[in-house]
Design a protein. Sequence first.
Length: 260
Amino acid sequence: MAEDPSPPETELGGAMSFLEHLEELRRRLFLSALGILVGFFVCFYFADAIYGKMEKPLVKVLADQGLNQKLVYLNPIEPFNLYVKLALIAGLFLTSPWILYQVWLFISPGLYRRERRWVVPFVLFTSGLFIAGGVFAYSYAFPMALKFLISYGHRFTPQITINEYFELFATVVLGLGMVFELPTLIFFLAILGIVNAKFLLRNFRYAVLIIFVLAAAITPTADITTMMVFAAPMLVLYLMSVGIAYLFGKDRRQRRRSVV
């Protein structure tokens, strides 16, 4: 009987030299940037409609307070610059599946053959988390922060510039989008054997402390209620990460033992 030429199930991807890693990284960064550029042009075409969505939380809060709902700008070029930056942020969310696919292609040579088949679940799950973080920020966290900030300054007449509002919006939306990628980070650390479920559970109290410090840094207000809104999903994501570390870290350990 002829010997099966296919590699064993536990075989890792081929080894790459340092220069090959750098070349591969350069290629993935270039393709990611190209994808973001395409997303930018698509979103720039719809920039005015996207801005209409972006200003909606603020317009609602200002209307509830009986205040002027128009934002102001101090330089004629600011509206154009705003649309450019807004299209870039929106393009990042739009092309996140493509970007995370490039991340997968960069790390896949270091995975076992069976692990490399996880590409579709990985891309869907990680891009879904990033988008979910942005949606959560836009729908819940950001409006709550705006309501607190505007109502706190009820004695004053707000003159909010479009740049100041965009910076606040981008900080919260991008910040929570990145925070929602915590399970992705734990996934990589688990398959590399750096962390495991026991380690995460054993250090849960330190994780809670770090989460609240991070929530305080992202939260644009000083009230505890809003900070809790930011911290709560992080705690849920951390517990989800424990399960991910248990499943994938365990699978990787079993494969290593089978090789030995």
